[in-house]
Ligand binder design. Structure first.
Ligand code: NAI
Ligand code: MN
Ligand code: ZN
Length: 337
């Protein structure tokens, strides 16, 4: 038997004893060592994730060792240290055929649509289990996944050294974006806006050149005419897009990560007069190798996001802290093994 964190139905989180699953054809079984908590795990717990099915073992950011393989998987993979890409795609629909498996028409996300990694064992398609170099420590390996979100959106935005970047939000998503803009793309000016000074301090640690607190003074006033050429909304309040469009330089690119169902109001003119480009990005399209290589080269620093570590058995306490204390808590690691 194994311990798994199960959301039985919205609002009901339990630590449950379950049978250790057997890998099907093409799958591996991962003995999970570390996992990390994401906002979407909290949303599934509270019933606010439109994609979740219940009961569900949550967790889509996890790392471990392959301890069993299904039919048609090379047994030489046993013992490999792997980070698991939670995006499971069909491989033959239109989005899959154009390299966008993250929006596959039959998309399944491990930890959302199927059982995930807050568990002593988890199953995944063998192709989703990416071997890690020894230079990436066990404790940080589950953070490959959140960095793939930044890898995916920046692939659309094509940052340049001479961009003036503006990032809304210094939560995990904003921090990964800062690190990728600075460490990978060498963007010279990265400005970050948040309402919490503690989060802005993390932004500075992750490499932000300038941090702005918009809790009292409007952002436009503080920017004082500076027109960002690249904007990422990693705060995701629906009111942000219109402000970003108004502040943006002509020819700027704007990246959106939010999933709000509330409308946001924009005019065509506000976009077209400056010929702005809007990109949206969901999860990642096979970006694990890229992020693993960035970590290996020391271009990004996942340890800068981590504020807490808990044992799997303390998952409810860990998720409550993560949800309620954004000033003191950023990324939380669960020690599973
Ligand atoms: P978080 O809640 O930890 O961080 C958001 C930050 O934005 C907080 O520090 C908050 O103080 C700040 N903020 C909120 N409203 C603001 C405003 N009006 N102006 C300035 N700052 C503001 O969340 P996390 O984990 O960083 O995720 C951010 C967003 O990204 C969430 O909405 C999440 O749903 C979305 N997301 C999207 C993904 C995708 O693939 N598209 C993947 C993961 C997250
Ligand atoms: Mn996540
Ligand atoms: Zn597909």
């Amino acid at each position: 038997m194994m311990n798994s964190v199960v959301i039985e139905r919205p609002g009901a989180l339990t630590l449950e004893k379950r049978d250790i699953p057997q890998p099907a054809r093409g799958e591996v079984r991962v003995k999970v060592r570390y996992a990390s908590i994401c906002g979407s795990d909290v949303h599934i717990w509270h019933g606010h994730n439109p994609f979740a099915r219940y009961p569900r073992v949550i967790g889509h950011e996890f790392f471990g060792v392959i301890d069993a393989v299904g039919e048609a998987v090379d047994a030489s993979r046993l013992g490999e240290r792997v980070a698991v890409d939670p995006v499971v795609s069909c491989g033959h629909c239109y989005p899959c055929s154009v390299g966008r498996p993250n929006v596959c028409s039959e998309l399944q996300v491990i930890g959302v649509h199927r059982d995930g990694g807050f568990s002593q064992y988890a199953l995944a398609p063998a192709a989703n289990a990416y071997t890690l170099p020894e230079s990436i420590p066990d404790t940080l390996a589950s953070l490959v996944e959140p960095f793939t979100i930044a890898a995916n959106i920046t692939a659309f935005l094509q940052p340049m050294a001479n961009d003036i970047a503006l990032i809304y939000g210094a939560g995990p998503m904003g921090l990964t974006a800062i690190q990728v803009l600075k460490g990978v793309y060498g963007v010279q000016q990265v400005i970050v806006v948040d309402r919490l000074p503690e989060r802005l301090a993390l932004a500075t640690q992750s490499g932000a050149d300038r941090v702005l607190d918009n809790s009292e003074r409007p952002l436009a006033e503080q920017l004082d005419g500076i027109q960002p050429t690249l904007i990422i909304d990693a705060a995701c309040h629906p009111a942000i897009l219109a402000e970003a469009v108004a502040l943006a330089s002509p020819a700027a690119r704007i990246g959106l990560l939010g999933f709000s169902g509330d409308p946001c109001t924009l005019t065509q003119q506000s976009l077209t007069s400056k010929e702005l480009s809007l990109f949206t990005s969901r999860l990642n399209s096979k970006r694990f190798p890229q992020v693993i290589s960035w970590m290996e080269q020391g271009l990004i620093h996942p340890e800068k996001l981590v504020t807490h570590t808990f044992a799997l058995s303390d998952v409810e306490q860990a998720m409550t802290l993560f949800e309620k204390q954004p000033r003191s808590c950023c990324k939380v690691i669960l020690k599973v093994d």
